[in-house]
Design a protein around this ligand. Structure first.
Ligand SMILES: [Zn+2]
Ligand SMILES: [Zn+2]
Length: 184
């Protein structure tokens, strides 16, 4: 996952000469360490089973960032929660495959959050949303690291399909045609 260079180029426009770096860290959780800010997003990604080669999409992939600025050194720790194959026994957790556009939007949102919290910029902040991809399969808590770590809010109660409502012209109709009934 090549998030770091994209993050670097975006943050450098606003960092007033401070040095920032982004590193993945599989140990961070929702628990916030003292002195660190936290930012969390839910993104669309795909996974590929390394055993059976099956792929599946998910609209409920949690990403957590912890960041701080200290003596002109900015540090971002990032963690993306993995999923594993529901068809294979002992399937390993797989890293996500994320489209460039999704990474781009994610890094834009992260940098905006850093500008607010570390540089105290004041601006209206509406996170950019990926226009979304319809996903038919339900979220599988048993096969999701985020659910196991308690970061997927609602877990199984959240169908994959209804997370992204930012896109225009997607229409609310025609979804949920899997016999789940309507939500009122
Ligand atoms: Zn598999
Ligand atoms: Zn989950």
């Amino acid at each position: 996952m090549d998030w770091a260079p994209i993050f670097q180029s975006k943050v450098s426009e606003y960092s007033q000469g401070d040095q920032w770096q982004l590193q993945f860290d599989d140990t961070i959780t929702k628990q916030q360490d003292a002195g660190w800010e936290q930012y969390e997003r839910t993104i669309f990604a795909r996974f590929k089973c390394s055993l059976c080669r099956r792929t599946w999409p998910s609209n409920l992939v949690k990403v957590i960032f912890h960041f701080r600025l200290n003596s002109h050194q900015g540090m971002v720790k990032a963690r993306a929660f993995r999923q594993n194959c529901k068809k294979c026994t002992n399937a390993p957790m797989e890293d996500l495959i994320v489209e460039d556009e999704v990474i781009n939007i994610l890094m834009d949102n992260l940098v905006k959050n850093i500008r607010k919290k570390c540089y105290h910029e004041i601006f209206d902040y509406v996170p950019r949303e990926h226009t979304g991809v319809e996903v038919e399969n339900p979220h599988e808590p048993a096969h999701c690291e985020g659910c196991r770590a308690g970061v997927c809010v609602g877990g199984a109660a959240l169908p994959n399909v209804r997370l992204f409502h930012g896109g225009r012209g997607r229409g609310g109709r025609g979804r949920g045609g899997r016999g789940r009934g309507h939500r009122y």
